[in-house]
Write a protein that binds this ligand. Structure first.
Ligand SMILES: [Ca+2]
Ligand SMILES: [Ca+2]
Ligand SMILES: [Ca+2]
Length: 269
């Protein structure tokens, strides 16, 4: 009897460990593709060393009542602007599709990104990793993306260490507790403390790079304003670079409005 009870207990324990392990999702991105659709160039200021916007990994893990997000880049983080959270130039948007239901969620992006999502890849929540104080990000969301405010999750504290930027969000705020079932898209942008009117703290991409402007795109808002995303099945395979460039293709009309915005898809496991 005692042995039987022990067996059941250890079997339950083993099952519990398996369930916990299943709740870790690791997505990998190749290096050297921090050029958006293939043409983008870093700003010229020394605050943006090579690799700063080259996404390499996203790790998502449920721990108790929280979901931890840890996103890595191909350059040691630095704090040239005195943000006091261990990083400064990056801003990362983690879009998630928690219900995998076509037509449920948002197909438009966020102000300043110039992207959209396919209906089958509509996002339900986005986690914003910014070095700005959460109160500043919240104020920007309230004034520039109020219609989506309920689905824009701003962690109380986001910190950088080594090459990784981390934050946690409550499972209850996401409304789903199994990251293995979600779809993902990770958008690498840059923290712009003095954003253009309407932009959600994002840095612009122009035709020519400037001290604090990305280059290689278009001076208006028809080009996707981002440097790196995940593509394919996010295993980090070299062919994901071409898939990214294809996904980020866009077309501008003569007056600089978008004929076609870049349409992002989700990575699913
Ligand atoms: Ca990358
Ligand atoms: Ca532009
Ligand atoms: Ca990529």
């Amino acid at each position: 009897m005692f042995i039987r009870t022990l067996f059941i207990a250890s079997a339950a324990l083993a099952a519990g460990i398996t369930a916990a392990q299943a709740q870790v999702v690791t997505l990998t991105d190749p290096t050297g593709d921090d050029n958006g659709p293939g043409t983008y160039i870093y700003p010229t200021d020394a605050a943006y060393p090579p690799g700063s916007f080259d996404l390499t990994e996203l790790k998502v893990e449920v721990k108790g009542k929280n979901v931890n997000f840890k996103s890595s880049v191909n350059q040691r983080l630095d704090d040239p602007w005195g943000m006091d959270v261990g990083f400064a130039v990056q801003m990362i948007f983690i879009f998630i599709d928690t219900d995998r239901t076509e037509g449920s969620g948002h197909t438009d992006g966020l102000p300043g990104l110039n992207i959209e999502f396919a209906p089958e890849d509509a996002w339900d929540k986005v986690i914003v990793l910014s070095p700005q104080p959460a109160s500043r990000v919240q104020a920007e969301v309230a004034s520039k993306a109020a219609d989506k405010a309920d689905d824009i999750l701003i962690p109380r504290r986001t910190t950088g260490r080594g090459k990784s930027i981390s934050a946690k969000v409550k499972v209850d705020d996401i409304g789903s507790s199994d990251p293995a079932t979600w779809g993902y898209q990770v958008v690498m942008q840059s923290n712009e403390g003095f954003p253009a009117k309407g932009d959600l703290l994002t840095r612009r991409v122009n035709e020519f790079e400037g001290q604090h402007r990305f280059g290689g795109g278009h001076d208006l808002m028809c080009d996707p304003h981002l440097m790196d995303v995940i593509a394919g099945d996010a295993s980090g395979a070299p062919e994901e670079v071409a898939l990214q460039h294809e996904m980020l293709s866009y077309s501008c009309s003569d007056d600089g409005s978008a004929d076609e915005l870049a349409k992002l898809t989700m990575v699913r496991r």
